[in-house]
Design a protein around this ligand. Structure first.
Ligand code: SF4
Ligand code: SF4
Length: 122
């Protein structure tokens, strides 16, 4: 038997252009800095050093909840998209987490009903 549950329509997201909400509190690109991480190992040494240096910066200089080192805040996109870590590739556009990032960074705002629906999916 069908119930009368309301179908919640969340904001439509066609692509990530001009968003970048999920990059806003990363501080550094989320690599595992280990030779076993093929994407990390493939980075030029100077890029690895820049990430390590940024990661070790005092929180007073680079707060924990600050945009990723690689985020271009003028174009709202990753500066090194082709080199991004696996976790950035696997993060699903349109997922509940995507919606929450977008809501939390004011890219799009959820209604209370949408917020509850997203919470159930997290
Ligand atoms: S929050 Fe979602 S839409 Fe925005 S950049 Fe991340 S995955 Fe793309
Ligand atoms: S590496 Fe690129 S895609 Fe990943 S969090 Fe940083 S800016 Fe975003």
């Amino acid at each position: 038997m069908r119930n009368n549950k309301t179908v919640v329509r969340l904001p439509v997201i066609d692509n990530c252009d001009g968003c970048g909400a999920c990059c806003m509190e990363m501080r550094t690109p989320p690599f595992y800095p280990s030779p076993e991480d093929a994407r990390w190992a493939a980075l030029p040494a100077e890029m690895q050093q820049a990430i390590c240096h940024h990661a070790l910066s005092p929180l007073s200089e680079v707060p924990d909840a600050s945009p990723c080192l690689w985020f271009d805040d003028e174009r709202n996109q990753c500066r090194h998209y082709d080199l991004r870590p696996d976790i950035c590739r696997e993060f699903e556009r349109g997922s509940a987490s995507c919606h929450m990032w977008r809501h939390n960074t004011f890219v799009s705002l959820l209604t209370p009903e949408q917020w509850c629906a997203v919470q159930r999916d997290l």
